[in-house]
Design a protein around this ligand. Structure first.
Ligand code: WTA
Length: 659
């Protein structure tokens, strides 16, 4: 057995291109290679194919209105409702089929058929109306992975109230900022949830967050922990179960929304310390996630599809909730962690539910690899037809491990590059069409134009690193940053566009990722080129972390960079300078860690805190982050000749080694 594995690994190590399995191609939703050419010739009308996957209550007039770039509008004049698309339209044919298969960490399960989900979404929609929520009011959802989260999202969508989901792992302060920024007067939250068997209290954190909100808030609280936690209820709070029971059997007609009306806001990290409120619309977004879920994840109604992300991030919005439900399939939702109670939990679920597609993150795959093949080997994974990854680059070794040990060399692996801002997938192979190359996401999807440019805006040669750019708009794109058109233009378009022009050809979207492309047009994404780091596939702004650190008494200055980490991809390295009268100490270290957790959440906790008397700075006083990154990565140092204080570098290096 050991020998077989050795031979297999050796054979795979050499192979750098894999054809999709024939059995997959035969049944794939998309298997005709001409799609690339057809879409290019017929752009932008090619995207009517995406719009056709959803129901419109009024037909749209124009596929793309590009008269005012970069404020593009898609499917203009059309009207639709996202909850109707995810629920009502499936009732006749699939009402008794499972929509959400929910698995709690402690082993309890809840199964919602499409009719059951439809019923509860209607009741919650009626509840929201009763509480005074009106069309266009932003409702904040600060909830863990409980079924009430997607239910609340769809209830909001039903009445035309945009939702703003705040990841439950984020801090109270993060909740405050987001509720204030969105002027959100309604909050649905949860008393708590389970993590590795422990009950985690969540309500007090939510209360603390609301205490900082500068307007009145009405709250709804889901009781997940029952007897285990007697959670506090404030005057503003209502119990979810009680409210919904009052609305038993209520129906609410789905509100017609304009294609360009906001479906939701999602805050994400960027270069400055202030999170960006990414605005997604009803028509373009829904069409985009439905089309990509169909073409890339190969979702069919009879599938049991599982995306292991958290709904608090964009991946969960697009590929646990909206995409799969729009297509009428069964979507699995798992509350817990992959290693609880045992390291085979994921494979146990795949086997038990006959999961057909698994969509997860490289950080998880690296952990599975480390735990060893005995865990997947214990289970029958033959129900799997397709594997996917998202969130960060996947190294070829992890890709091959996934392909072999989980997919049994019989499932295509789609490595999908995209962002909160893009709404859905952008660069990936089509699993039924192109060959796969481990480590490379693949070509841009049909109908997309991605190019690599250098800092002058000139194309870079194949094989060389450059900046990834998207040259044409697409339906799922963000429309703006909430109430901040100026920052939208500045953050995403100013780098490579002629911002005075009203010719769409002069406008280029800049995702702030570095990449390279090979002779077949396959793109390998190298990582962020801005001040964002990617910890376990979670996008964090270094400026946000820095401002939390300098808020600690005794800290004068801080610089945060990402250092490479075997499992997390990147981890947080914080270089700090104390004020004169303070010195490095364990207490100060702990205060820094606590402050970051309080400002953002435990996911942003620094892996290393390095006290240093100085930070490397250019003569103009700019911190040389590249050098700090080199130190964190134990890489050869870039040039130090432009530094005002070149000696500091070796001192810092020494400290990191000593830590
Ligand atoms: C990174 C997550 C390499 C990238 C959907 C991007 C990736 C950022 C990949 C967006 C991939 C995402 N290969 N890098 N397949 N997918 N990224 O907004 O740096 O949380 O800009 O969206 O993750 O993170 P976000």
């Amino acid at each position: 057995m050991a020998d077989d594995t050795g031979e297999l690994e050796a054979r795979l190590a050499e192979q750098d291109e894999f054809a999709p399995p024939e059995s997959f191609v035969e049944q794939a939703n998309v298997s005709d290679e001409s799609i690339y050419e057809r879409f290019e010739e017929n752009w932008p009308e090619c995207w009517n194919a995406a719009a056709e996957l959803i129901d419109w209550s009024s037909d749209y007039e124009t596929t793309l209105d590009d008269s005012n770039p970069p404020f593009y509008e898609w499917f203009t004049g059309g009207e639709l409702n996202a909850s109707q698309n995810c629920l009502d339209r499936h009732l006749d044919e699939r009402g008794e089929e499972v929509a959400i298969e929910w698995i709690g960490e402690l082993g309890e399960t809840r199964r919602y058929t499409y009719s059951e989900l439809h019923r509860e979404v209607n009741e919650v929609a009626a509840t929201l109306r009763e509480l005074g929520v009106e069309e266009d009011d932003v409702v904040t959802l600060y909830m863990p992975m409980v079924p009430e989260l997607p239910i609340a999202m769809l209830a909001c969508a039903r009445i035309g109230a945009p939702h703003s989901v705040v990841f439950a792992g984020f801090s109270a302060e993060a909740l405050t900022t987001r509720m204030n920024s969105a002027d959100s007067e309604y909050l649905i939250t949860c008393d708590g949830y389970y993590r590795r068997g422990d009950a985690l209290e969540h309500k007090e954190k939510a209360d603390e967050g609301v205490s900082g909100v500068d307007h009145d808030v009405t709250g709804i609280v889901v009781d997940r922990l029952g007897e285990e936690y007697d959670h506090p209820m404030r005057e503003r709070d209502h119990d979810y179960d009680e409210l919904v029971a009052e609305q038993a059997g209520a129906t609410v007609a789905p509100v017609d929304r304009d294609a360009e009306d906001m479906l939701f806001l999602m805050y994400t990290s960027g270069t400055t310390g202030k999170p960006k409120g990414v605005k997604h619309t009803t028509g373009g977004y829904l069409a985009w996630v439905a089309w990509t879920a169909q073409a890339v994840l190969d979702i069919k109604p009879e599938d049991t599809y599982w995306c292991s992300a958290d709904i608090g991030w964009i991946t969960g919005h697009s590929y646990i909730v909206y995409g799969p439900l729009a297509l009428g399939t069964t979507t699995v939702m798992y509350e817990g962690t992959p290693d609880y109670p045992e390291k085979d939990r994921i494979w146990e679920i795949v086997e038990e539910y006959d999961v057909t597609q698994l969509y997860t993150a490289p950080t998880a795959i690296r952990a599975f690899m480390k735990w060893g093949t005995e865990y997947p080997d214990e289970h029958d994974l033959s129900s799997l037809r397709l594997l996917g990854t998202v969130g960060e680059p996947i190294n070829p070794r992890a890709w091959k491990w996934y392909y072999t040990h989980i997919g049994d060399e019989d499932c295509p692996v789609v490595d999908t590059w995209w962002q909160t801002e893009t709404g859905g997938m952008m660069v990936t192979t089509l699993p039924g069409v192109g060959n796969m190359k481990p480590g490379s996401a693949g070509p841009p999807l049909p109908g997309l134009d991605a190019q690599l440019l250098d800092s002058e805006g000139d194309p870079v040669d194949n094989g060389r690193a450059g900046y990834l750019t998207i040259q044409k708009p697409w339906p799922g794109m963000l429309r703006t940053l909430y109430q901040n058109d100026e920052r939208f233009v500045e953050e995403y378009w100013s780098e490579y566009s002629d911002t005075d022009s009203d010719d769409p050809d002069d406008w280029v979207y800049f995702p702030e990722d570095g990449a390279k492309v090979d002779d077949d047009g396959y793109i390998t994404v190298l990582g962020r080129v801005d001040d964002v780091i990617n910890v376990s596939g979670h996008r964090l702004g270094t400026m946000e972390i820095e401002s939390a650190i300098v808020g600690v008494e005794g800290i004068a200055e801080a610089a945060v960079v990402g250092g490479s980490h075997e499992l997390k991809g990147e981890s947080v390295y914080a270089y700090v300078i104390t004020e004169d009268e303070y010195e490095e100490s364990d207490d100060l270290h702990d205060a820094i860690v606590a402050s970051v957790e309080e400002a953002i959440g435990p996911i942003a906790r620094p892996e290393e805190v390095v006290f240093t008397p100085e930070l490397p700075k250019t003569r103009s006083g700019k911190i040389m982050r590249r050098l700090l990154e080199d130190i964190a990565n134990d890489d050869e140092l870039g040039t130090t000749s432009t530094l005002r204080n070149p000696n500091v570098v070796s001192d810092i290096q020494q400290k990191v080694t000593d830590n």
